[in-house]
Write a protein that binds this ligand. Structure first.
Ligand SMILES: Cc1cc2nc3c(=O)[nH]c(=O)nc-3n(C[C@H](O)[C@H](O)[C@H](O)COP(=O)(O)OP(=O)(O)OC[C@H]3O[C@@H](n4cnc5c(N)ncnc54)[C@H](O)[C@@H]3O)c2cc1C
Length: 459
């Protein structure tokens, strides 16, 4: 069983790298996946003195900007409060939630502060904190973090696709393939005390332990994009600027809000309006086939990335927008230059510790939430913070499992319920407002049903 590491566990390992905490030697940890989940874990573990090697399959050093807004939940904000050493603000506030009718009139509003951030700002701040990557995102108030003698050593390796992990008693061997410049592949492996699987909703590591758990399509997609504030009409700015703006209709939900602009610029006039538009596309329907066939004619399984949507598909989407959305939201679809599409899917692992506690699943690898929960980034942040606390002996294993699994189970189920209500039922507006407010309850204030604890003692 993996307990808090206190002494001697990492002795004799290939790289102990001098990361010690007083007299105590910390374990070496391999993190699989270098998106937000892997970087949250890497940053927290580095801060607590653990040596980490992060393996990311993307063949370039930096991941592509996902061009998307993120509603920064409580744990995302808490993570940056605890571990950010750049000093750069991560969020743009939104002060009001408003709801529109199809003509674009405001039919409900409430004061409600929420923090909006963007995938790329979080990513670059985490890379600065983890392996000191400098970027324009640090301009205007940010700096490269100082090096502290108590930090664990970090190694970021890109172009490394993890293919297998093997139990070697007290340690784990992580096998991966590496693409060479000439396109050939080299097979390699590293030994570690622990593996943190942050390899996303289609996790290879989860599939090794839980081959029967599959991602399933929920029957609708989300169409996303951004428009610079400067390109929007005054009518659109009126409802989207520093507002969290919603529209509901049968089979449709659209939310639009302000996020930081290029390189994290939060100055008014330089930010982006980010739209998130859920629309039903039944499985195997001709419309879904059109939407998910990219401009090169390839049928994509789950995501059409920015720049890859086919012209015919985008024309179909814009037409739907003009027919069914309030004019301000249809304007966003009309004006965005790099839309992208994701099929909404469901997936959750029954537990998060495997191989005698030497392997831990975090973030989307543990549970892929529907985006209505606005909690996926927070899950990855929370899992990482409590992982460091468990390894440090500040929380027990039981508490670690209980808190991470309750969160995963409770929020995953809530996402399915509110997503299905929104897309497949026709409800009075008050019901959608109630669901939205329920989804915004902070993790620590939430009451979880009893079933979320079932079977956890055997994990
Ligand atoms: C466009 C977009 C918008 C989003 N909006 C929101 C939002 O509004 N609110 C919110 O809370 N969350 C949002 N999310 C989700 C949020 O970004 C993720 O939940 C968060 O990043 C945690 O995901 P993750 O790191 O666990 O997994 P992922 O982001 O899926 O990352 C997994 C990483 O692992 C790598 N990988 C996969 N397999 C392997 C392998 N075998 N070997 C090595 N590397 C591997 C992948 O290349 C990838 O970089 C959004 C995500 C996207 C993409």
């Amino acid at each position: 069983m993996m307990m808090a590491y206190s002494s001697g566990v990492a002795n004799g390992l290939p790289h102990t790298n001098g990361a010690t905490n007083g007299e105590k030697t910390k374990p070496d940890i391999v993190i699989v996946g270098g998106s937000l989940g892997g970087l949250f874990a890497g940053t927290a573990l580095k801060h607590h003195g653990y040596n980490t090697t992060l393996l990311e399959r993307t063949p370039e050093n930096l991941l592509h900007n996902q061009g998307a807004g993120i509603v920064a939940g409580g744990d995302t904000i808490e993570f940056f409060k605890r571990y950010d050493r750049t000093g750069k603000p991560v969020a743009v506030p939104s002060y009001k939630r408003i709801y529109l009718d199809q003509e674009g009139n405001v039919i409900h509003e409430e004061i409600n502060r929420q923090n909006m951030t963007s995938w790329d700002l979080c990513y670059y701040l985490l890379r600065a904190n983890y392996d000191r990557v400098d970027s324009p995102y640090l301009a205007d108030g940010g700096k490269l973090p100082e090096v502290r003698p108590t930090d664990g050593n970090v190694t970021y390796r890109y172009g490394c696709t993890v293919t297998n992990i093997k139990d070697e008693g007290a340690r784990v061997r992580v096998a991966f393939k590496r693409k060479q410049k000439d396109g050939s592949e080299v097979f390699d492996s590293i030994i570690a005390d622990m593996v943190v699987a942050a390899d996303g909703p289609s996790s290879t590591i989860r599939a090794m332990f839980e081959p029967d758990i599959k991602r399933t399509y929920a029957g609708y997609c989300v169409i996303r994009g951004t428009v610079p504030e400067k390109a929007a009409t005054p009518k659109a700015l009126e409802v989207f600027r520093e507002r969290f703006c919603f529209f509901h209709a049968p089979g449709i939900q659209n939310l639009t809000y302000t996020i930081a602009g290029e390189h994290g610029n939060t100055d008014p006039g330089h930010r982006l309006l980010n739209f998130v538009w859920y629309a039903n596309f039944p499985e195997a329907s001709p419309e879904l086939e059109t939407l998910m066939t990219d401009k090169d004619g390839r049928r994509r399984h789950i995501t059409i990335p920015p720049g890859m949507i086919a012209r015919e598909a985008w024309e179909m989407v814009k037409k739907m927008g003009h027919a069914r959305l309030p004019p301000q939201m249809a304007e966003m679809a009309e004006k965005t230059t790099a839309p992208f599409v994701q099929c909404i899917t469901d997936v959750i692992a029954p537990k998060n510790l495997y191989m005698g506690d030497k392997v831990v699943l975090i973030g989307d690898a543990l549970a892929g939430f529907r985006p209505h929960t606005v909690a996926s980034t927070s899950q990855a942040a929370f899992d990482s913070m409590i992982l460091a606390e468990w390894l440090d002996g500040k929380v027990s294993r039981t508490e670690f499992v209980r808190q991470t699994m309750q969160f995963a189970r409770g929020i995953q189920r809530m996402g399915v319920e509110i997503g299905n209500r929104s897309q497949f039922e026709s409800l009075p507006m008050e019901e959608y407002i109630k669901d939205r407010n329920y989804a915004s309850i902070k993790r620590e204030d939430r009451e979880y049903p009893e079933w979320t604890l079932e079977g956890l003692d055997e994990v």
